[in-house]
Each structure stands twice: as structure tokens, then as C-alpha cells.
Write a new protein. Structure first.
Ligand SMILES: Nc1ncnc2c1ncn2[C@@H]1O[C@H](COP(=O)(O)OP(=O)(O)OP(=O)(O)O)[C@@H](O)[C@H]1O
Length: 251
């Protein structure tokens, strides 16, 4: 459904004094299959967001090509910080309805669809009359997902959407994404720096490092049998963190 061929994004940074060119993304190639969860993992600064923005069309590659077999509205993105895309003076129902109204849907029909979408993402209906400041972080991500679903996407790009949430809320949102993948028949590009969260979630995974793909394949194969020393180090770091959490919690 989406094919990346040698995609690069280089910033020359000439305007900055002593600015060095940055290869934010360098010669990345992979294909996204219909109805799969594809996790993109890597440390901060490895190029994940830049790649995601090119996939949804927010940025143009410096070189390489991205071939989309779906129309652009079929690719929707949800961001880490939902507040940035929500007008604080609008009620939640109007925030979710906005793409429908912009695509000339009648207000009444749009609001009916909003209620259905709220049920789909398991939001209590009374939230629809509230304002963003009256919602929790997890609820705001459900709202952002509901708004993305108005366009019946074939690909949902989720950029660190659970990174600011408590682990239990993160697990609930990931469970929601799993059920939506099947119910909506869509693919999900799930971007995270938290490698430890994806083992029972993603079908495939790509590990990014310094703008390049370091490892790519089935999730278990990459996480537990990769020959990439970097991937092994990421896995070791998170199991070490988990062990230290276990130790401290048992004290
Ligand atoms: N507009 C820009 N101009 C110059 N350099 C940029 C620009 N945007 C990103 N970069 C650089 O490109 C590299 C990749 O950034 P990117 O935000 O894609 O990484 P990331 O893996 O998403 O990191 P994070 O998880 O912290 O968001 C970084 O070195 C970053 O500083």
C-alpha cells in the first residue's frame, strides 16, 4: 500500500553558524503491507518523525521516492502531543467533526458520525460536550484517533502517541489500535522509542539509527534474533531497566 525507495532527507543547516549537514533520513527503503502494524523504533534523533512526516506528505524527501497506492486522505497521522492539534476553545464533538465539516458533510450528519466514532474509540459520550482541558491525556489521544478515523484511513501513522502516558493507559491505547486495525481494515505505522512495548503488538519492526534502517523484519525475529549489535543493545538496555524497576519495587 506504500512503498519507500531510497528515501533521504538531508538538512544543509547552512544558516546556522558552524552548522553541519544532517542526514536525518538516509536511503530508507521498505514497503508497508495492507492491514499490518509496522513499528518504527529508535533513539531520539534517529529520524523517525522526519520519516513519518515524509510518509504523510508533510515534508518532501531530498531524494528517493514514496509511492502511495491510496489517496492522501487515506493516510492520517496522530502526534505525541494532541494539544497542538486541538483548538482549546472548541468542544470535543466539534474537534472530531472538523474534517467532516471541511469535506462538506452536513453538520447534523457529521455530529451523528462523531457519536459513532466516540463509541469506536471507547470514549464516554459525555466527553463530547467538554473542552480539551477537561480531558485526560489518554482521552485526548482517543479523540485524536477518532478524528483521524473520520477520513476512513487505510494507514494511520502514530508518532509516539503513547510516550507521555502512564504504562496502563499506554497498554489500553495499544489495545485499541490492535482492535481498530482489524475493525477498520487499516495498517498502522507505530513510532516509538520504547522497544519493550511492541513485542506482542507489531507484526513487523524496523530499527532506525542515525537516519538509516539498522534492522527490519518480523517483530520476534528482530527483537530476539537480530544480528544487529545496536538492536541487541536496545533490548539489553530495556530489559536492564525493567529488572531494575522490579528490584526497586520489591524493596
Ligand atoms: N528542520 C530541521 N532542520 C535541521 N535538522 C533537523 C530538522 N528536523 C530534524 N532535524 C534533525 O534530524 C534528525 C532526526 O530528527 P527526528 O525528529 O526525525 O528524530 P526522531 O527519531 O523522531 O527523534 P525524537 O524521538 O526525539 O522525536 C535529528 O538530528 C534532528 O536534529
Amino acid at each position: 500500500m506504500l512503498s519507500l525507495n531510497q528515501v533521504s532527507k538531508h538538512y544543509d543547516n547552512k544558516k546556522m553558524r558552524r552548522g553541519k549537514p544532517v542526514k536525518a533520513v538516509h536511503e530508507v527503503s521498505f514497503e508497508l503491507q495492507p492491514n499490518e502494524i509496522f513499528a518504527l523504533i529508535g533513539e531520539s534523533g534517529s529520524g523517525k518523525s522526519t520519516l513519518a512526516e515524509m510518509i504523510v506528505g508533510l515534508q518532501k524527501p531530498t531524494s528517493g521516492s514514496i509511492i502511495r497506492s491510496e489517496p492522501s486522505a487515506s493516510i492520517q497521522m496522530v502526534f505525541q502531543n494532541p494539544d497542538r492539534s486541538m483548538n482549546p476553545y472548541w468542544r470535543i464533538k466539534d474537534i472530531i467533526a472538523e474534517p467532516l465539516i471541511l469535506s462538506k458533510r452536513k453538520k447534523q450528519a457529521a455530529l451523528e458520525q462523531v457519536s459513532q466514532l466516540a463509541e469506536k474509540v471507547k470514549l464516554p459520550l459525555d466527553i463530547l460536550d467538554r473542552y480539551p482541558t477537561e480531558c485526560s491525556g489518554g482521552q485526548k489521544q482517543r479523540i485524536a484517533i477518532a478524528r483521524a478515523l473520520t477520513m476512513s484511513p487505510k494507514l494511520l501513522v502514530a508518532d509516539e502517541i503513547t510516550s507521555a502516558l502512564d504504562p496502563s493507559i499506554e497498554a489500553e491505547i495499544m489495545q485499541l489500535l490492535l482492535s481498530l486495525k482489524d475493525a477498520e481494515g487499516m495498517s498502522i505505522l507505530y513510532i516509538t522509542h520504547r522497544i519493550e512495548t511492541i513485542s506482542r503488538f507489531a507484526d513487523r519492526v524496523a530499527v532506525m539509527r542515525n537516519g538509516e534502517i539498522e534492522a527490519l523484519g518480523g517483530t520476534n525475529e528482530v527483537l530476539f534474533h537480530s544480528s544487529s549489535a545496536y538492536t541487541k543493545a536496545l533490548m539489553y538496555a530495556c530489559s536492564y531497566e525493567d529488572n531494575s524497576r522490579d528490584t526497586s519495587s520489591s524493596e
